[in-house]
Design a protein around this ligand. Structure first.
Ligand code: ADP
Length: 985
């Protein structure tokens, strides 16, 4: 290790001694620091810097307490300050660095301030433990030892003094025991010695002190007393073991040299190095006490010659070393150094690092060489062990799939790295290079500080998921990575940290995956939250929906009920409609004919198949027999067959059920389900029974046909096997309604038939009568005409007026008879038509000729058309003339004043002939009645006017016979207009 540049001119305790002392310190195995009066660090050797965990640049100039905080406060600080204050050497056990093992600290004043030396005493403690193994063995050894040895008990009373001691003082063991030994001390030194010893004892501290002790010959000799606390295996304090060596000769060395060497002495004392002083002129070599402490050679055994030294060098190393040092002297090199093996007193070889410095006389010739032999056996061994460990490590590492690197020393030099680690960093060359140089980009990211922390503190560092960027492919650019790593301190056999092993795992991919996973998870969680939200909303909606469904359900139930109601209603409406339709059809069909048979047949057919498979209409005649009037069935053959059956098996009028029962009671009979065997029982014979079985009547309703409280028949509706249907109570009203209509229609038809017969009888009577009347009446008019003609002779003028009245009355009567005859002919359907083209203009002239004489009588004006359009009509001219004569006669008859007019009009293929008057008019109520035969408006005017009441009836019948009609419009009191409408062709 080179001398740090910033330690250039430290105020050290070896200023004028050249650089020798400093270099010794630089290479010392123990820590050493120098302080100025203000407790600032003026020098720090590498070991101390390592313990402080900082480069020297960061230590120098800074206060001790700040850079070695373990020393600040408490016992250590007190002791150091006392050393400075009182100018004494102070020793104590205390760690130098925080968390470190206790070290043996020695502070001694210097002209500039204070120097502190610290060394690990672990090894010594182990040695002591070994020593304590056997007291007896120890004593045996101690007595043969070349030094004075003493033991004390836990009360600090002397318990043993070895033979050399007793020989030195010339006293007995008994005299020395307890505190007896202090009597040999120089009175001037006694208080200090006792105090020092007691203080060390109190602290259980190892101590060294110098004092004068009286020898057996009475002379006071300077001795160096070295006491070490003793413990048994259980760790119990046993007292002290101490050694005393006579240092009078050393102290008696020349004052000048002593003066000059004082500081070296301090250094020598401060270090554990074996320091030698070789006088080149005399070839004498002097050794400091460490030759015994370190190498075990008692001063008595050490020959003060170069030869003795050479003789203790390992034969394999000797020539090299001896030649080397002589060469250095010959060349007057300022410095010489060599590593070699040196024989210990115990016969073992110690590895030493020996360095010498040439001192020259005034003439510049080398006069002395001063050197320090450092026992590096432990270090060598450790290094060898470390090297083999490294080698093993390298071998292991090379094969390790993991990225592992080993750094050593405060500079964290890469001493081993696995192949994986090399690949990790782009295959760059790492070995032998400090971390900072090998991996600068990582150092720039603070990983160097982490490593240094681990190296300094001895505590491992674990990093997980740490971002780090480095050049992993040698392209000069740093690529980002994520790593897990462990920095594990490497602790040597001596308990000190000597390196750090780094184990790095690239988890970039895993991290990326984890990050993606985390993102995915976060997203999933977000989705889940969203989902939960959605679910919540869905749940809400579901609730709303459920409520709606409930509502809908109740609505549906309501609707269903309503619908059922509707269905029922519609069914009943349907039924009603069907009923109404059926009844409407029944009404229209029943009204369509007044023929009784036709009507009854219609009734029987109406109910089939809507209301029955079979329908029977039966009635009771005057003899009490029950007759089938009509039967209805889908098959007309079956209807015929039913009549046949009824003829062969007429219904018993006294039967307690069925038609006979209904006729008798006037109450309906309903059998929803005809019991099996009932008809069998009712059957007259086997054939009848077979018939009943064939028709298979299953259900029936029999309702009376009643008009004005008189039951004249029965309507029976029957379901058989044809439809498989059955009657219910619901069917009864319809059956009754149908029966009612049928009854009315049948009764009407019956009455109409009767009326028709009566009318026919009347018409026949009238025709006969009129015919019979007309013959004598024609004789009356004929003879009256002859009388007026003076045949057989002229009649007197007085008689003539009377004959004219007879003729007039007779003619009137004849017209009435003609009218009745016409009516009779029409009623009997005997009227025939003879069509021809009629000139309407000529007709108008004829009308005028008929009407004018009558109008003149009453002083009425007559208006006839000036132009007649259309000119002709194809019709029966005689019948048309008869119609017009009737209408014109009525017009004159019912008009007291004003006029009678006649008009012709052509409309849509028809000819309209109008007869208008300004007469009494006709009340609306009478406007249809007047067209019925024998009907007259019953008022005074009619009675005055007279008439048969057949005119309008005959006129309309004739017009209808011609394909036309006669209609009337009238305003009572103002007049009437009768219109004859005839088809033009
Ligand atoms: P009648 O022989 O009684 O005239 P009609 O059938 O010709 O019989 O007439 C029936 C009844 O119609 C008359 O009795 C009369 O009351 C009424 N009538 C007919 N024509 C007219 C009319 N032009 N003005 C008023 N009433 C009339």
């Amino acid at each position: 290790m080179s001398r740090p540049p910033d330690a250039g001119a430290p105020s050290t305790p070896h200023g004028d001694g050249g650089t020798g002392g400093l270099d010794i310190l630089e290479h010392a195995a123990d820590a050493f620091v120098a302080l100025d009066g203000a407790w600032r660090l003026t020098y720090v050797n590498p070991v101390a810097a390592t313990l402080a965990g900082r480069p020297r640049g960061e230590l120098l100039g800074h206060p001790l307490w700040e850079r070695f905080p373990a020393l600040a406060g408490g016992e250590a600080e007190r002791a150091l300050r006392r050393a400075a204050r009182e100018g004494v050497v102070v020793e104590l056990h205390h760690p130098l660095a925080e968390g470190g093992a206790p070290m043996e600290l020695r502070a001694f004043p210097t002209p500039d301030g204070l120097a502190v030396y610290a060394r690990d005493v672990g090894a010594e403690r182990r040695a002591e433990a070994a020593v304590r193994e056997s007291e007896a063995r120890f004593r045996a050894l101690a007595d043969t030892a070349p030094v004075m040895i003493w033991l004390s008990d836990p009360q600090n009373l002397g318990t043993y003094f070895n033979r050399p001691w007793l020989q030195f003082t010339g006293r007995t063991l008994e005299e020395e025991l307890g505190t007896g030994w202090t009597r040999a001390l120089h009175p001037d030194d006694l208080p200090r010695a006792v105090e020092h010893c007691s203080a060390a004892f109190e602290a259980r501290r190892e101590f060294r002190m110098e004092f004068r002790m009286r020898r057996a010959d009475g002379a006071y000799r300077w001795v160096l007393d070295h006491g070490i606390p003793r413990y048994d295996d259980a760790g119990a304090f046993l007292g002290y073991v101490g050694s005393c060596i006579d240092i009078t000769d050393l102290r008696a060395a020349s004052d000048a040299l002593r003066e000059r060497e004082e500081r070296y002495r301090l250094v020598m004392r401060a270090t554990r190095d074996v320091v030698w002083d070789w006088d080149l002129a005399t070839n004498r070599v002097r050794w400091n006490e460490a030759i015994e402490e370190v190498m075990g050679h008692a001063p008595a055994d050490v020959e003060p010659t170069a030869r003795w030294w050479y003789g203790h060098i390992h034969p394999d190393d000797r020539d090299r070393v001896v030649l080397g040092i002589h060469e250095a002297i010959r060349l007057r090199a300022a410095q010489w150094s060599a590593e070699y093996r040196f024989l210990r007193a115990g016969g073992e070889w110690a590895h030493v690092l020996d360095r010498g410095y040439l001192l020259r006389g005034d003439d510049g010739r080398p006069v002395r060489m001063i050197g320090a032999m450092q026992d590096v056996t432990g270090r060598k061994r450790a290094e060898a062990a470390r090297e083999s460990e490294r080698e093993r490590l390298r071998r292991v590492l090379a094969q390790l799939p993991a990225a592992v690197a080993v750094y050593e020393g405060p500079e964290l030099v890469v001493v081993a790295a696995s192949d994986a680690y090399h690949r990790f960093v782009g295959g760059r060359d790492l070995l032998g290079r400090p971390f900072r140089d090998a991996l600068p980009e990582l150092a720039a990211q603070g990983f160097d500080r982490l490593l240094e922390d681990v190296y300094r503190s001895g505590r491992p560092h674990v990093g997980t998921g740490v971002d780090a960027a480095w050049d992993d492919d040698g392209d000069g650019a740093a690529e980002p990575h994520v790593i897990d790593f462990v920095y594990q301190p490497l602790v040597g056999a001596d308990g000190a940290v000597y390196g750090v092993v780094a184990h790095v795992t690239d988890v970039t991919a895993r991290h990326r995956a984890e990050r993606e996973l985390a993102e995915a998870r976060a997203e999933a969680e977000a989705r889940a939250a969203e989902g939960a939200d959605l679910a919540r909303r869905l749940a809400e909606q579901a609730m709303v929906l459920r409520a709606q469904v409930e509502e809908s359900r109740s609505l549906a139930a309501e609707l269903r009920t309503a619908n059922e109601g509707l269905v029922a209603a519609s069914r009943s409406a349907d039924a009603s409609r069907r009923r109404i339709e059926l009844l409407a059809e029944a009404s229209s069909r029943l009204a369509s004919s007044l023929d009784f048979r036709e009507t009854v047949r219609t009734v029987a057919q109406l109910a089939v198949p809507a209301l029955a498979d079979w329908c029977f209409v039966e009635t009771q005649d005057d003899t009490g027999a029950i007759r089938l009037l009509a039967a209805g069935h889908a098959d007309p053959a079956k209807v015929e067959w039913a009549f046949e059956v009824m003829r062969r098996y007429p219904i018993d009028p006294d039967a307690p059920y069925g038609t006979a029962n209904v006729l008798r009671t006037g109450e309906p009979e309903v059998v929803f389900e005809i019991p099996d065997g009932l008809l069998d029982a009712a059957a007259r014979d086997e054939e009848h029974r077979a018939i009943y079985r064939a028709v298979a009547f299953r259900s029936h309703i029999s309702v009376p046909l009643t008009v004005a409280g008189r039951t004249f028949g029965v309507l029976s509706l029957v379901y058989g096997d044809e439809s498989g249907r059955r009657y219910t109570a619901d069917d009864l009203p319809l059956a009754r309604e149908l029966a009612h209509r049928a009854a009315v229609a049948i009764e009407n038809a019956r009455l109409y038939g009767e009326a028709l017969a009566a009318n026919r009888a009347k018409a026949g009577f009238l025709a006969t009568m009129s015919h019979e009347l007309r013959t004598p009446l024609n004789a009356v008019t004929g003879y009256a005409d002859l009388l007026l003609l003076g045949i057989p002779e002229p009649i007197p003028e007085r008689a003539r007026a009377q004959v004219e009245r007879i003729l007039l009355a007779a003619r009137h009567l004849l017209s009435i008879i003609e009218e009745i005859l016409a009516y009779s002919r029409l009623e009997a359907g005997r009227e025939t038509i003879e069509l021809e083209a009629v000139d309407l203009a000529a007709l108008a002239g004829e009308v005028g000729a008929i009407i004018e004489p009558l109008a003149a009588v009453k002083g009425l004006a007559v208006h006839l058309p000036e132009r007649v359009e259309p000119a002709t009509v194809v019709t029966d001219p005689r019948k048309l003339r008869q119609i017009l004569v009737n209408l014109l006669g009525n017009a004159v008859k019912f008009t007291a004043a004003g006029s009678v007019s006649f008009g012709v009009e052509g409309v849509d293929g028809a000819v309209l002939l109008h007869v208008r008057d300004t007469g009494i008019g006709i009340e609306p109520a009478h406007r249809e009645v007047i067209f019925e035969p024998f009907r007259q408006v019953d008022d005074a005017s009619t009675r005055v006017a007279g008439g048969t009441g057949l005119g309008l009836s005959v006129s309309r019948s004739l017009a209808r016979l011609l394909g036309g009609d006669v209609t009337v419009e009238s305003v009572p009191g103002e007049g009437s207009t009768f219109t004859v409408r005839l088809p033009r062709a």
